[in-house]
Structure formats: C-alpha cells, structure tokens
Design a protein around this ligand. Sequence first.
Ligand code: APR
Ligand code: PHB
Length: 389
Amino acid sequence: MRTQVCIIGGGPSGMLLGQLLQRNGIDNVVLERKTKDYVLSRIRAGVLEQGFVKLLETAGCAERLHAESFSHTGTYISYGEEIFRIDFVSQTGTPVVVYGQTEVTRDLYAARESSGATTEYNVEDVVIEGADGDTPSVRYSSNGQQRRIDCDFVAGCDGFHGVSRRAIPDNVRREYEKVYPFGWLGILSETPPVHEELIYANSDRGFALCSMRNENLSRYYIQCSLSDSPDDWSDQAFWDELRRRLPSDYADALQIGPSIEKSIAPLRSFVTEPMQWGRLFLCGDAAHIVPPTGAKGLNTAASDVHYLFHGLIEYYETGDRSGLDRYSETALRRIWKAERFSWWFSSLLHRYPDQTEFDRKMQIAELEFLRSNTAAQQAMAENYVGLPY
Ligand code: APR
Ligand code: PHB
C-alpha cells in the first residue's frame, strides 16, 4: 500500500491529524492497535482550549461540540473552607469549552468513516523503517498477514506506550520525567454537578476535583495512594472522602449516586526530545505526558497536530520543508510551557507524602496570593485557557 502520511495510533491526535489532512486532499492511513469500541470506551478529561475547538472546526468535526458543549468563563479553587474564582474572560477574553474527550474522539471517528479514509484496526507488530531516509515505510501485521505501507512521512500518534518514540535511536533521544507519588481516583456518575463550574480543591486530606460532562453527568476525582485499587473504594467511601475535601457548603450540596465508571490514573510529567527524526514526527502522548491537573493532555496534543498539519500543508502545496524541519523546536517550545503549568498547578494543590509543615504553609500562601493578586490570576488564566499556538 502507498500513502502520503502513515499515521500510527487512532487516539485523538492521530484521528485529528488524519481528518485535517483528509480535508486538504493529503492521503493518509491510520493504523490502530485496538478496536474502535475500545478506543471509544476510554474516559479522559473534558476541558478544551479555544485552539483545539478551532482545529476541530477546520477538520469539519465541531458541529456536535457546538450544539452540546458548555462554555466555562472561570473556575473555582478552594483550600479548606476558603474558595475563590478565577475569571478567565475578564483576565484573557477567552473561556474554555467543557466537552468530553471521548465525545471528541467519537466525532473524529464518525467524520473519518464518512470521508472513506482508510483506518486499520487490530494491527500488531508495527515497525517503522527508513525514517531517516527519503522513503520511509511502516510494516505491521493484520489478521496474521504481513503488510507494508510506503509513505512520505510517518506521524507517531501512538501514545505513551507506542512504538514510534522508540524508533528514534537512543543516542538521539533524550527523555525528561517526573513521576508523582500519588494517583487520581476518578468516578463518573449520573448526578447533577455540585457546581456550575469546576472546583479544584486543596485540602489537608489531599486534592479533589469536581468536574462534569453535562447537567446530569458529573466527573469527580480525589488524590489517592498509588497502591490503591478502584476496588478498595466503594462508592460510599469515595463520596465520603470527596465531601471531606470540599468546603462544607459544597460538601452539603453534593448529590451522590452510583458510579458508572471508576478508575485510578497515575500522575506523570514526561517530555521526549527531539519530537522528530528524519521523516518521523511524534504527536501527543507519544512525545509528552502532563499530570491531569489543568487538563492539558489533549490540548497539548492539539498544538502538535496544528504545527505538523501546517508543516505538511506547506510542504505539499509549495515544496517548502522549513515548517516540517522546525516542527520539533516549535512544538516543544509550547509543550514545555504547558508542562510547567501542569507541574505548577499540581504542586499547588496536592499533598505530597514528604511535605513538611513549611511546604504546606507555602502552598497556602501561594493560594492566598493567587486569590488576591490580579497579575497572578491573569498568569493562571492565560495558561488555563491555553497559550497561543
Ligand atoms: N500501533 C498502533 N497503534 C498503537 C500502538 C501501536 N504500536 N501503540 C498504541 N497505539 C494506539 C493506542 O491504542 C491508542 O488508541 O495509539 C493510540 C494513542 O492514543 P492516546 O493514548 O489517546 O494518545 P493521543 O492520541 O496522543 O492523545 C493525547 O488524549 O488519550 C489522551 O491522555 C491522552 O489526553 C491525552 C491525549
Ligand atoms: C475532567 O473533567 O475529567 C477533568 C477536568 C479538569 C482537569 C482534569 C480532568 O484538570
């Protein structure tokens, strides 16, 4: 088989890139290790930056988002009984959009299917060859048969556990990592959200987050130990612990119900450099991970896709490779800033096992500064709504 861009991974990065290329007449194939149903069963964050929404519009996939999403003009931060709001619109002129990542992926799959573009599911043993030359190819097996795709470029969109990153030789690749000593236990429940905007809660017992998908679907998280398993937490134990971490007015207003999903995610900051090697380009989780505090996972993937898409368009329309050649440098500049924000916001809100009383006082002082200082609020808001591409 031959295509212009072979995309490895059918998560949101790969599907968004594929759809943008497809709409612009650039032929591409997506190779996905799992089934479509599996990909669409993963529950992820649900806060989108405007830059992401614009990309979805460019990809022709924003219709349902515009009909069903919610615009949030600010967010709440609590510590103990104290609570304050950061107003994104007065600070930056821009709100964020609440719409589940699973729904974004569903819309991208629907658009790809109606465009007739090729997506191969259940592929195994993907191997990238010749990315450092002019004629790369991707080998894989499907239903026990060996296949090969010759292409101009390979987009490695296969997430943190994929093969693309490791195709960059060890002596070229440098990885930076911070693993946090706790996880997030999250539940989805068919209950009205406790509040109309998100609440990020710092408490003596650890972090909590009140988020949502719609008027009757709530997403809540509590910081938990890495050794916990979701089975250790009954729904009742989860709700009790969440209440203890919220200011009492909100704890009292919390409506509870059975969980329809419950899972634990570890927290990690990770960046690989460079994000390109010859004709191989990494996008999204294949190249970097952020802790979920601030919901930058999908949004950082989107800026990679934006830069790569524009580099490819420029190349195919004018033969100019300079955008592609600068991809890693351009993408990483924004990625590191999003890494910094996610790390900072995580550090501000969680209890760390080795935290001293002094460290705790520093967190509270920083929260009080943020509460009272417009410049600090503006800096937070600019990062939360998304730095420019
Ligand atoms: N071959 C083919 N597909 C693969 C391979 C492989 N060897 N390895 C992984 N994949 C697939 C996975 O099954 C997954 O569907 O690549 C996809 C990667 O998707 P994500 O992990 O969602 O990564 P990405 O698309 O970059 O999304 C970035 O979305 O999933 C969230 O936490 C993520 O918020 C972040 C954002
Ligand atoms: C979510 O809704 O799942 C969510 C929202 C905001 C975050 C993280 C997760 O910072």
